[in-house]
Design a binder for this molecule. Structure first.
Ligand code: 2IT
Length: 445
């Protein structure tokens, strides 16, 4: 479609050297072709042009002092992409690969993901090229304090509510929150993922992993199947992966791999019981490599390969962007994999996604599959506004309801536009329509 091609060309030209951002925008624009064909007013109102340009981008210096007494300078980012349906909302990523293109791709995806949850949250993302690996507690604290000393002026409980992502968990949220509270002299719901004694929601740590499994169960149910008895491969073992394993086990599934950037461990008996207890702390507490799991339980460590070569019924990438290439997708399909669900953000490369769709694999896109995390963040904001806290069961049952709804909305949108069971297009369309209609209603802003 000429309009879409032309807009995509302008996005590439205007945002040079940001391939991840181009990839994320391209996927959404492609999905929207049938929508704009049917409703040309999305072109004339300039909604698409506005949507691909962040409302605000903040880049700042983060100076701090390491344990050796040396001054270190990192770069901080916050991209406030879209506030049409609520305050900016999205995580912070601390990882050496972070640059503006990564934060823009994540912020762009967050717009649609947040809309899909049905909760009033706009889209944003932030972070730093700071590497938390090998840093002491004191170094992490001083970095977080410096980061928020600059960021605080741009965020707030009704403006922008950050949370965690890769490299940012409960400990980091604590240091960020403490410094923010000290600066503004107010106890507020400015961050989510807080500890439960200081405004956090029960079930927020579990939310992304549990939510992904609730979504997978919905996908399988659409074909009269279930997680019971299925063999599952995953790639990470952080916050998302560990709780995903816990829920998969409860559903009668068996998770047989975890991995990191260096390789993977295969555990044919399944990661369960005391092995899962060990794994829970491995990254989230000790920041130790995946190979330690293999060593601890006498399992094989496969260096330099990814778990996608292991036969499975369900593959769930839980690590990071572009971790599943076309060759991985071909191996998965050849080995009889029937369902792929993206629990990380944009883990499958575009040609891998197209391959899964061509082959009729049940494919769950990240914006839908991993929306449980931000959904419970939204519930944390609600509880903070009420100055009240729900029980674990209350939050978990709302999460389950939200994931079911996201599946229903995505598959209905796909059907409405004649796209069969294409949940990639369905999720993009359902998220887009909510945000686009709010933008149109609010005029050219
Ligand atoms: O990618 C994500 O949705 C997150 N990292 C969670 C964002 C949030 O605000 O809870």
């Amino acid at each position: 479609m000429a309009y879409v091609n032309d807009l995509m060309e302008r996005v590439v030209k205007r945002n040079p050297g940001e391939p991840e951002f181009h990839q994320a925008v391209h996927e959404v624009l492609e999905s929207l072709e049938p929508v704009i064909q049917r409703h040309p007013d999305y072109i004339t109102s300039g909604v698409l042009e506005r949507m691909v340009e962040p409302e605000r981008q903040i880049i700042f210096r983060v100076p701090w002092v390491n344990d050796a007494g040396e001054v270190v300078v990192n770069r901080g980012f916050r991209v406030q992409f879209n506030s049409a349906i609520g305050p900016y909302k999205g995580g912070l990523r601390f990882h050496p690969s972070v640059y503006i293109g990564i934060i823009k791709f994540l912020g762009f995806e967050q717009i649609f993901k947040n809309a899909l949850t049905g909760l009033p949250m706009g889209g944003a993302k932030g972070g730093s090229d700071f590497d938390p690996r090998g840093k002491s507690d004191g170094e992490i604290m001083r970095f977080c304090q410096s980061f928020v000393t600059e960021l605080y002026r741009y965020i707030g409980p009704d403006t922008d509510v950050p949370a965690g992502d890769i490299g940012v968990g409960g400990r980091e949220i604590g240091y960020l929150f403490g410094q923010y509270k000290r600066i503004v002299n107010a106890f507020s719901g400015v961050l989510t993922g807080k500890g439960t004694t200081w405004g956090g929601s029960l079930a927020r740590p579990e939310a992304t992993g549990y939510g992904a499994m609730y979504f997978v169960e919905e996908m399988l149910a659409s074909r009269g199947d279930s997680v019971q008895g299925k063999t599952i491969t995953i790639s990470g073992y952080g916050n998302v992966g560990t709780y995903l394993i816990e829920k998969a086990n409860q559903m009668g599934g068996k998770v047989v791999t975890i991995g990191d950037e260096y390789g993977y461990v295969r555990d044919p008996e399944g990661i369960k019981g005391e092995k899962l207890d060990f794994l829970m702390d491995l990254w989230c507490v000790y920041r130790r490599p995946a190979q330690d799991y293999a060593r601890e339980f006498g399992l094989e460590w496969v260096e330099g390969c990814s778990p996608w070569e292991v036969p499975c019924d369900i593959a769930i990438p839980t690590a990071t962007q572009n971790e599943v290439a076309l060759a991985d997708a071909q191996k998965l399909v050849a080995n009889g994999c029937l369902c792929v669900a993206e629990a990380a953000n944009m883990p499958c490369m575009a040609d891998a996604v197209n391959y899964f769709l061509e082959k009729g694999i049940l494919f769950g896109p990240a914006k839908a599959v991993n929306a449980g995390g931000v959904a419970v963040s939204g519930l944390e904001m609600s509880q903070n506004s009420m100055r009240y806290a729900w029980t674990f069961e209350e939050v978990d049952s709302r999460l389950k309801g939200i994931m079911k709804e996201i599946h229903r909305k995505s598959s209905e949108a796909a059907k409405e536009y004649g796209l069969g069971n294409n949940l990639v297009a369905g999720a993009n369309i359902a998220g887009f329509l909510k945000v686009a209609d709010a933008m149109k209603a609010q005029g050219v802003v």
